[in-house]
Design a protein around this ligand. Structure first.
Ligand SMILES: [Zn+2]
Length: 231
């Protein structure tokens, strides 16, 4: 029994079972990402929609809905009710997951109710964050590549004492990396597209913030220099 459109319909009693009934295979909304705040509204990390729904259904978190610069807190059952209205009036503004009985809007931001630890300082130096900082762009030829066509290059080669730091590591395509070999850019007569720097905030999150659908994250990240950790 599917009912669509603007049919008035009474709210059924919905409980936490709704979250458990989400079918991960049919719901693209589950690919959406959700920003997690601690109790005092500091950005902690980004999780999958599925993980967010798990936290919500355990009442470990609430939804922070940002609209026109204001935000409103909803517990999960209120959010399920709001979702029905959103489905009617602004379906394109949200990503959706479907349960047997209803559609649920994927929240963009949730807040952990019992967690007030401060996020760890610093952005982790790892392959994922490095590629994200450089946007999968070879820092020598300037072209964009898929992840498996890229490697990590020590600007100042390891053999010449170059350290493993944000300032000395860049994305390079396999071809440029081979051409450069164990030399400095000057020795190889190659130029960096830009000087590598340590990012102020998790680059994976910066990438997403460029997209409209994650606009609401800005409210919590702009004021926060603390970097957020992906899990
Ligand atoms: Zn290249």
């Amino acid at each position: 029994m599917k009912r669509k459109g603007s049919n008035q319909r009474r709210h059924q009693a919905v409980g936490t079972a709704e979250a458990a009934a989400v079918d991960p295979l049919t719901d693209l909304g589950l690919n959406s990402k959700v920003l997690v705040l601690n109790k005092v509204y500091m950005a902690l990390r980004v999780v999958s929609a599925k993980r967010a729904f798990t936290l919500l259904s355990r009442d470990a978190a609430e939804i922070i809905h940002v609209e026109q610069g204001h935000f409103t807190n909803y517990d999960f059952s209120s959010w399920l009710e709001i979702s029905e209205l959103q489905r009617q009036f602004e379906p394109e503004a949200h990503d959706w997951v479907r349960t047997v009985r209803m559609h649920i809007a994927v929240p963009r931001v949730i807040r952990l109710l019992g967690y007030d630890r401060v996020p760890a300082q610093g952005v982790k130096l790892n392959r994922r964050n490095l590629f994200a900082r450089d946007r999968n762009r070879c820092q020598y030829c300037g072209r964009f590549f898929t992840t498996n066509e890229l490697s990590i290059d020590h600007v100042e080669p390891r053999a010449q004492g170059g350290p493993d730091t944000w300032e000395n590591l860049v994305c390079a395509c396999l071809r440029c990396n081979a051409r450069k070999g164990g030399r400095t850019p000057e020795q190889a007569n190659m130029k960096l597209v830009r000087r590598p720097v340590r990012p102020k905030r998790n680059p994976m999150i910066s990438l997403r913030m460029g997209r409209d659908k994650y606009e609401s994250w800005k409210a919590f990240l702009d004021e926060a220099y603390w970097s957020v950790e992906l899990k």
